[in-house]
Design a protein around this ligand. Structure first.
Ligand code: MTE
Length: 302
């Protein structure tokens, strides 16, 4: 018996490829976005075995304030963003600073699929089949200087294409940061796609950070600058509301947000009667990352 593509490929990927090949009608079915480039990635033992959310859920329930504050604003408005050409500037305490293309940072032959839980600080959760490369691979190639203790990230500033940036909702451009050991951790990736295709604009095309044990706001989208520095950078949400959002933002059921509990969350797509699920320490990644915070008071360093 001859195996067909659909016999050897997971169903969701087969459906996506078929949609990709079927062209614009299918692209419309995939959430109204432009036809996306298919990406091949090898599976990773770091993936969760939980079932991913649907492509529709992942691309229509978003936080990307550059395109508006409503959950469906990014899906509606992000198509206008020009993502090609794109370059990421690596600056600061590295041996080889410069501008790098997305393909340089995440070459196709290095791509891995990482199916991760994404827990937003707003107390909802999704499971996303990201495609990307370890951030460590990028930082190692840039060459970290010993004095580099923190990494700072910046999103594109382009109010012409990002309607949210025309209003002072946040102090644009969106910024985030990690401690160097967090940045070098094998779970931390730069993602350039999901569900077997190039990153949809509303999810942070063409390249974004994913740090699965931290609240989603740490996973900054549409990155244009990676800066290595000695002192701890200020992230956008900490700057906006320092009493509510900190630098670490590790998922923690024991440390509540001042305005709501973090003990439980709602799983997107679980249905009206599914009930809330308990939040897991470090979003379920405690075995891999708890040692990074040994001896730290996580109530103080929230
Ligand atoms: N990055 C930028 N530049 N702007 C944003 O508004 N929102 C963050 C994060 N990255 C945000 C961002 C928040 S709060 C979350 S929960 C995740 O992106 C959501 O990612 P998703 O839309 O791909 O699920």
């Amino acid at each position: 018996m001859k195996l067909s593509w659909s016999d050897v490929t997971p169903q969701w990927m087969y459906l996506n490829r078929r949609a990709f090949m079927a062209g614009s009608a299918a692209a419309l079915a995939l959430g109204g976005q432009a036809q996306a480039q298919a990406l091949t990635a090898r599976p990773s033992p770091l993936s969760t075995d939980e079932a991913p959310n649907s492509f529709e859920e992942i691309t229509n329930y978003n936080n990307f304030y550059e395109f508006g504050t409503g959950k469906d604003d990014p899906a509606r408005n992000a198509a206008a963003l020009t993502t090609d050409p794109w370059s990421v500037e690596i600056t600061g305490l590295v041996e080889r600073p410069g501008r790098y293309g997305v393909e340089d940072l995440a070459p196709e032959n290095a791509l891995e699929e990482r199916i991760y839980r994404l827990r937003c600080v707003e107390a909802w959760l999704m499971v996303v089949p990201w495609i990307g490369v370890p951030l460590a691979s990028v930082l190692n190639r840039a060459g970290l200087r010993p004095s580099a203790k923190y990494v700072e990230f910046e999103t594109l500033l382009r109010p012409e294409e990002m309607p949210g940036q025309r209003r002072p909702i946040l102090d644009w451009p969106y910024r985030e940061g990690l401690r160097i050991d967090e940045a070098m951790h094998p779970l931390t990736i730069l993602a350039t796609g999901l569900y077997g295709q190039a990153m949809p604009n509303q999810n942070g095309a063409p390249i974004r950070l994913v740090v699965p044990w931290k609240y989603g706001f740490k996973s900054i989208k549409s990155i244009v600058r990676i800066n290595l520095r000695e002192d701890q950078p200020m992230n956008t949400w900490q700057q906006m509301q320092p009493g509510e959002y900190g630098f670490y933002a590790n998922v923690n059921p024991q440390v509540d947000h001042p305005r709501w509990s973090q003990a439980t969350h709602r799983r997107i797509g679980a249905g009206l009667f599914a009930g809330r699920e308990p939040t897991l320490m470090f979003n379920g990644y405690a075995d891999q990352v708890a040692s990074l915070y040994a001896g730290m008071d996580l109530r103080v360093n929230y």
